[in-house]
Design a binder for this molecule. Structure first.
Ligand code: C2E
Ligand code: MG
Ligand code: MG
Length: 706
């Protein structure tokens, strides 16, 4: 019965002593006095049987030789009656230790023998064994009862396993959770082996057997309900122990957590996947990369490759067809990527139009290339989205395995660097990372830092290269060409930093500086020297500068500040710059024309060379690229191409400049093809303002009438 304090008070153990001799009874009783037991005495077998019906005895000490029914008969009777059949009996006998008596006693269910005269220590120790057993049983019963009263009504499924894995109790709520009744669970052979999913069974067994994980430790696993449905169960386990520390087994509470688990799985999925494409996200990818690196460390023949993909010109699709369309394209791309990889590989969306593949368990690193070629082929196939057919290609960077001190993020960076190399070398291809690429990337980063500083500190100088008339040999103008006076590296040529300035946007400030300085210089020469009054100034405008909405205003400001007439300024723009967005380019060019500024098409022949567009734009001049000039003497065909360009330009009322003239013969031939102007090392390389001013005053020897 539970007391208020929650502790259990047990019924006192009762012992029955049977002897026809009063003195013997008293002596035995006296010997047991110190023990925690209630002693009952009987003077005969008959009395003993009667008392046994009224009380639950833990033990009977039974004299063998008695008048009336003797000890053996009494034992026989006790064994044959319900309620008394299990009472342990110790025979106490004075008769000789004859074997036959002893055997008879055991046959009748005696658990032990004591021989008179009884020694107190022996008696006490024997009796104590039975008292201990009794106490244990009492404790077990008490906690079982307590458990049962709580468990029966509990919402959770409660189970009690004995120390030898028998189910002592199973609450009725198991039916709601498992579909099986409590009896089916208790009697079912190996029931948990059968209902727990194979994948979870071993961990379940480990958890149950792990003695370190008790008292509220929980474990989640899946079962098949009786109806076959799969459910998630959470099991909490408690060790049940008696006060003396002996185990009474495990008490377990099981709860159906299927809904929670589904939510968790969903949340986990959301936390680790890209919502648009459902591919792995950055977090999951980094985790998988880390694991692949660990495996590669441990196993020599485990190879993996990290593949970084970036869609080529995705921005164009997104800007022209809209974001929703762009999203659909990304989804379609991700589907194709899935088709290209194997089950153990990871496909991740890294952000925007960037994807990453982690290819694992490659027999040899080169196996990665098979997958990559498949990706390139697959993505080249046109996509049909919302009735539009779009085509896209992808640039890919690959790292094959890791080096010793690499971190996962280093690998990503390396793959990314290789991807940029692939883009630089013309897109729609892949490149494999090597350490030189890293060096280059690091150099570029330094260059970018330096460039930023240089723009702030105005470390740029404008050089001037003369442009002469091929006809009468006079100086027609100068092209402004920027140079960087790097404090350590000396003069750096624009080929090395203009692309980076473009990419970083620094070109805007840089271009403004060039415009202001060169217009100021030309205006000053015009004021100071009569022969410079009409000289033209050509200034290069890169794509990013041209796209910048401030361009027109910047040009006007430079002209106003310097006092140079607009008609003396020529902006050099390349074909690809204007072709990027034909409509806006046209408007911008018209604005510049309205201001009286002239436009020259630079590097003609290297880009689109789309004649039909050429006539759309208000161009004043066309600059034949130096690659044509360089080859012009090689063959008549080459000369014919230049002739065609010049004829075309003239028909569109444009003047023609040939750049890169290094030889007299080139100048002669160009003149004979009616090219008006020339520029090149033959006349002068680009030189600082001071030297250019001298050229303007002293004249250029090679510039002569032809
Ligand atoms: P570009 O506008 O086509 O300039 C012509 C390039 O040819 C210049 O190179 C010039 O030095 C070089 N050159 C001139 N004559 C000869 C010759 O006879 N033989 C050979 N082999 N080369 C010759 P540079 O100065 O290195 O400039 C390279 C490019 O950088 C320019 O090509 C232009 O696109 C760009 N750039 C230069 N300065 C500026 C600037 O201030 N702003 C912008 N946005 N771009 C600039
Ligand atoms: Mg130019
Ligand atoms: Mg050029």
């Amino acid at each position: 019965m539970p007391s208020e304090a929650g502790e259990t008070t047990y019924d006192k153990a009762k012992i029955l002593i049977v002897d026809d001799d009063r003195v013997n009874l008293k002596v035995l009783e006296g010997m047991l006095r110190g023990l925690d037991a209630e002693i009952h005495l009987a003077l005969s077998g008959e009395e003993a049987l009667e008392l046994a019906m009224q009380h639950h005895f833990v033990l009977v000490l039974l004299d063998v030789m008695m008048p009336g029914i003797d000890g053996f008969q009494t034992a026989e009777q006790l064994r044959s009656r319900g309620g008394t059949e299990d009472i342990p009996i110790i025979f106490v006998t004075a008769i000789s230790k004859e074997q036959r008596h002893v055997f008879k006693g055991y046959e009748l269910g005696a658990v032990d023998y004591l021989f008179k005269p009884v020694e107190p220590e022996i008696l006490q120790s024997k009796v104590r064994v039975f008292l201990d057993l009794y106490a244990q049983r009492q404790a077990l019963q008490a906690s079982e009862e307590r458990y049962r009263t709580v468990a029966d009504y509990n919402y959770d499924w409660e189970i009690w396993f004995s120390p030898n894995d028998k189910i002592l109790y199973c609450s009725p709520s198991c039916e709601r959770i498992s579909g099986y009744t409590a009896d089916e669970i208790i009697d079912g052979e190996d029931i948990f082996r059968r209902i727990i999913l194979d994948e979870d069974y071993d961990s379940w067994r480990h958890f149950m057997a792990d003695e370190m994980r008790v008292d509220g430790d929980s474990f989640d696993f899946r079962i098949f309900r009786k109806d076959g449905r799969e459910r998630w169960i959470s099991l909490v386990k408690f060790d049940v122990r008696k006060d003396d520390g002996k185990s009474l087994g495990l008490r377990c509470s099981l709860r159906d957590i299927t809904d929670r688990k589904k939510m968790e799985i969903q949340l986990r999925h959301q936390a680790l996947h890209d919502p648009l494409t459902a591919l792995a996200n950055r977090t999951l990818l980094m985790d998988r990369v880390a694991r692949a690196m660990e495996r590669a460390n441990r196993h020599e023949d485990f190879h993996f490759a990290l593949v970084f993909l970036d869609l080529d010109r995705f921005k164009v699709v997104n800007d022209s067809l809209g974001h929703i369309f762009g999203d659909s394209l990304l989804v379609e791309v991700s589907k194709r990527l899935w088709e290209c990889v194997r089950g153990m590989d990871t496909v991740a969306r890294f952000g925007g139009d960037e994807f990453v593949l982690l290819l694992e368990e490659l027999d040899a690193p080169r196996e990665a290339f098979t997958v990559i070629r498949r990706v390139l082929d697959q993505l080249r196939e046109p996509f049909l989205i919302e009735g539009h057919q779009v085509q896209t290609t992808v640039s890919i960077g690959v790292v094959l395995g890791a080096q010793e001190d690499d971190r996962p993020s280093d690998l990503l960076q390396k793959a990314n660097i290789a991807m940029y190399r692939a883009k630089e070398s013309g897109r729609d291809r892949f490149d494999i990372y090597n350490d030189r690429m890293l060096q280059r990337a690091v150099d570029l980063m330094h260059l970018e830092n330096d460039l930023r500083k240089a723009v702030q500190e105005r470390e740029f100088r404008v050089y001037y290269q003369p442009i002469v008339s091929l006809e009468h040999g006079g100086l027609a103008g100068f092209e402004a060409l920027v140079r960087w006076e790097h404090p350590e590296r000396g003069i750096v040529s624009p080929g090395e930093f203009i692309p980076l300035a473009e990419e970083t946007g620094l070109i805007i400030d840089l271009g403004r500086q060039v415009l202001e300085e060169s217009t100021r210089t030309l205006a000053r020469w015009g004021r100071e020297h009569e022969q410079a009054e009409k000289l033209q100034l050509s200034v290069n405008i890169s794509a990013r500068q041209f796209r910048n909405n401030d361009l027109v205003q910047d040009v006007i400001t430079a002209l106003q500040k310097s006092g140079l007439q607009p008609g003396r300024l020529k902006l050099e723009i390349t074909e690809s710059t204007v072709m990027d967005n034909v409509e806006t380019s046209l408007l911008r060019l018209q604005r510049l024309k309205e201001e009286g500024i002239r436009i020259s098409m630079d590097d003609f022949g290297t880009g689109y060379s789309s004649m039909s567009y050429l006539q759309k734009f208000p161009l004043d001049q066309l600059k034949v690229d130096l690659s044509f000039v360089r080859r012009i003497l090689d063959s008549t065909e080459n000369a014919e191409i230049v002739r065609a360009i010049i004829t075309l330009a003239h028909s569109l009322r444009m003047a023609v400049v040939a750049e890169g003239i290094e030889l007299e013969e080139q100048a002669d031939l160009l003149h004979s093809l009616h090219c008006e102007l020339g520029q090149g090392y033959l006349y002068s390389p680009p030189v600082p303002a001071k030297q250019a001013e001298e050229l303007l005053l002293k004249g250029i020897p090679a510039a002569r009438p032809r």
